[in-house]
Design a protein around this ligand. Structure first.
Ligand SMILES: NC(=O)C1=CN([C@@H]2O[C@H](COP(=O)(O)OP(=O)(O)OC[C@H]3O[C@@H](n4cnc5c(N)ncnc54)[C@H](OP(=O)(O)O)[C@@H]3O)[C@@H](O)[C@H]2O)C=CC1
Ligand SMILES: CC[C@](O)(C(C)=O)C(=O)O
Ligand SMILES: [Mg+2]
Ligand SMILES: [Mg+2]
Length: 490
C-alpha cells in the first residue's frame, strides 16, 4: 500500500487539500432520515465509538457494536462500555454481514488489520465509515469497489462529542466521501445523516475531503491542541515552583487555567481572551505571544511540512512496527513529570484570577492558535477548517486537562494525536528554554505588580488592531455566529 496523497498529481493534491465548504443548516432538515431503518454496526467501543454510538441511538438510529472475540470473552472495558449501556454486542461474524453501515472506530494503527478482517464479511453495497482518514490517505487502503466509503470526523474528543450533545448542542464536524468509493452516489447523504445523528450539524459541518481532514487534523493535534498545552503545562509549572510558588497552587492554576482561559476563546476568540486581562496585562501577553511566535514558527512549519510530505506518518508507522516503543516511553515520561504528580491545593481560585495570574498561559494559547492557523492556511487548508482545528477545539481539549491533567488529555485523544503531541513537546521544550529563563511570577503565578490600568494609547490601539484583524478572528466571528445554541460550561 502506498501513501494515497503522494500518488496524486500536484493539481489533484491541491484541489483536495482546499476542499472545504461550510454547509448551510438548511441542508440538514432531513436529519437522520438517510440512515433511518438501516443497521449501523460500530467496530470498537472506545473514546469515539461509545460516545458517537450513544448520540446516534438517542437520535433514533439502530446501533450495535462488534468487537474482537477476545474483548467479548474477557469482558474488556470496550465490552462493558457497550453492554452496560444496553447495546447489542457481537463478533464480526455475527454482526458485520447484517450491517448497512460499518463505523470503524478503532485506533488508526489497527485500521489496516481491522478493515482487512471486516471487509470480506460486509454485504454488497454497504458503507464503511471512518472518523479520521489516516488509513485511506496515509496508508493508501484499497476498499472493495461496491462499498461506499465516507468520513464523519468530529473535531473534538469523544467525551465532548457526548457532553455537547447532552447540552443540546454538538461539535463541529468534517464530512467527506472518498472519491474512489461512491458507487451508488449516496455517500454524501449518508455522511450528512450520520453527522446529524451525532449532533454535529448544530455546531457546523464542513463538506471536505479525506485529504484535507487528515492533513489538518494531524497538524492541529500535534501543535496547539495537545502539544502546546502539554508543553505549556510543564514549563509554567516548573517556572512557578522555581520561583517559590506553592506547588499545589501552581498545579491547580494550570490544571484549571487552560479551561477557564480558553472558554473565553471559545466565546469571543483571541480578542475576547485578551480582553479579559487588564490593559497592561493585555499588552504584556501580546508582546510575549509575538516572541513565542517568532521562536516557534519554524517548529510549526516543520510539523506541517512533515505532515504534507508523509514524513510524519512514516515515522509514526515505524513506531507502530516497534510496538509503540516511543509512544509508550513518552507516555511513561509524562506520568513522571512534577506537574503530573503534584496534588492540588484546596484553596479556591476565582475565575478572573486565572487570567490575571496566567498571562503567560494566555500568550501561549494565542501564539499557538495563530501559528497553527497561519501554517495550515499557508499550506492550502481552508480557513474554516483551520479555525476548527486550532481555535475552536482548544477549549475542548482544555476541558480534558481540567478533569485529570495531561493523563486525561492523552487518554482521551486518539493514539495518533498522543504520538504527535509528544513529538511536538520534545522539540518545543528545548526551543523555549532561553525564553523561559526570562519569565517570572509577574506573568505566571502572581500577576503584574501594578494595580493601575494605565497604558500608552497608541500601544493599546495597535495591539487591539492586530488582535481583531488576525484572519483567525475574521473567520472565527463568522463561524461563531452559527453557534448560537452553544452552552456555557464555566
Ligand atoms: N479520540 C478521539 O477523541 C478522536 C478520535 N478520532 C478517530 O476515531 C477513531 C477511533 O479513535 P479512538 O476513539 O481514540 O480509539 P480508541 O483507542 O478509544 O479505541 C478503542 C477501541 O478500539 C478497539 N480496538 C483496539 N484495537 C483493536 C483491534 N486490533 N481490533 C479490533 N478492535 C480494536 C478496542 O477494543 P479492545 O477492547 O478489543 O481493545 C476499543 O473498543 C480513530 O480513527 C481516531 O483517529 C477522531 C476524532 C477524535
Ligand atoms: C485533538 C485530537 C484529535 O484529533 C481530536 C480529539 O480531534 C484526536 O485524534 O484525538
Ligand atoms: Mg481531531
Ligand atoms: Mg486526530
Amino acid at each position: 500500500m502506498a501513501n494515497y496523497f503522494n500518488t496524486l498529481p500536484l493539481r489533484e493534491q491541491l484541489a483536495q487539500l482546499a476542499q472545504c465548504e461550510f454547509m448551510d443548516p438548511s441542508e440538514f432538515t432531513d436529519g437522520v432520515d438517510a440512515l433511518k431503518g438501516k443497521k449501523l454496526v460500530i467496530v470498537g467501543c472506545g473514546a469515539q465509538g461509545l460516545n458517537q454510538g450513544l448520540n446516534l441511538r438517542d437520535s433514533g438510529l439502530d446501533v450495535s457494536y462488534t468487537l474482537r472475540e477476545s474483548a467479548i470473552a474477557e469482558r474488556r472495558q470496550s465490552f462493558l462500555n457497550a453492554s452496560e449501556n444496553g447495546f447489542t454486542v457481537g463478533t464480526y461474524e455475527e454482526l458485520i454481514p447484517t450491517a448497512d453501515v460499518v463505523l470503524n472506530l478503532t485506533p488508526d494503527k489497527q485500521h489496516t488489520s481491522v478493515v482487512n478482517a471486516i471487509m470480506p464479511l460486509m454485504k454488497q453495497g454497504a458503507t464503511l465509515a471512518y472518523s479520521h482518514g489516516f488509513n485511506i490517505v496515509e496508508e493508501g487502503m484499497q476498499i472493495r469497489e461496491d462499498l461506499t466509503v465516507i468520513m464523519v470526523a468530529p473535531k473534538c474528543p469523544g467525551s465532548e462529542v457526548r457532553e455537547e450533545y447532552k447540552r443540546g448542542f454538538g461539535v463541529p464536524t468534517l464530512i467527506a466521501v472518498h472519491p474512489e468509493n461512491d458507487p451508488q452516489g449516496h455517500g454524501l447523504a449518508q455522511a450528512k445523516a450520520y453527522a446529524a445523528g451525532t449532533g454535529g450539524h448544530r455546531a457546523g459541518v464542513l463538506k471536505s475531503s479525506f485529504i484535507a481532514e487528515v492533513k489538518s487534523d494531524l497538524m492541529g493535534e500535534q501543535t496547539i491542541l495537545c502539544g502546546m498545552l502539554q508543553t505549556g503545562s510543564l514549563l509554567c509549572f516548573d517556572k512557578m515552583v522555581e520561583k517559590g510558588i506553592d506547588p499545589s497552587y501552581a498545579s491547580k492554576l494550570i490544571q484549571y487555567g487552560w479551561e477557564v482561559i480558553t472558554e473565553a476563546l471559545k466565546y469571543g476568540g483571541v480578542t475576547n481572551m485578551l480582553d479579559r486581562l487588564s490593559n497592561p496585562a493585555k499588552v504584556k501577553a501580546f508582546e510575549l505571544s509575538e516572541q513565542l511566535k517568532t521562536i516557534m514558527r519554524p517548529l510549526y512549519n516543520k510539523h506541517m511540512d512533515d505532515i504534507i510530505s508523509g514524513e510524519f506518518s512514516r515515522g509514526m508507522m515505524a513506531d507502530w512496527a516497534e510496538d509503540d516503543a516511543k509512544l509508550l516511553a513518552w507516555r511513561a515520561e509524562t506520568a513522571e513529570t512534577a506537574f503530573e504528580k503534584q496534588q492540588n491545593t484546596d484553596e479556591e481560585i476565582n475565575e478572573q484570577t486565572f487570567f490575571d495570574q496566567g498571562i503567560l498561559m494566555v500568550a501561549m494559547v494565542k501564539a499557538g492558535v495563530e501559528l497553527a492557523f497561519e501554517t495550515m492556511t499557508a499550506a492550502g487548508i481552508i480557513a474554516e477548517s483551520a479555525y476548527y482545528e486550532s481555535l475552536h477545539e482548544t477549549p475542548l481539549i482544555a476541558n480534558t486537562i481540567a478533569r485529570k491533567k495531561l493523563f486525561e488529555m492523552n487518554r482521551t485523544i486518539s493514539d495518533t494525536a498522543e504520538y504527535g503531541c509528544y513529538l511536538y513537546n520534545h522539540a518545543c521544550l528545548p526551543l523555549l528554554k532561553d525564553f523561559m529563563q526570562n519569565m517570572d511570577t509577574d506573568v505566571i503565578g502572581k500577576g503584574l505588580d501594578s494595580t493601575s490600568n494605565q497604558v500608552d494609547n497608541q500601544t493599546l490601539i495597535a495591539v487591539n488592531k492586530a488582535l481583531r484583524e488576525h484572519p483567525v478572528e475574521v473567520v472565527g466571528s463568522k463561524l461563531r455566529g452559527y453557534m448560537s445554541a452553544m452552552k456555557k460550561i464555566v
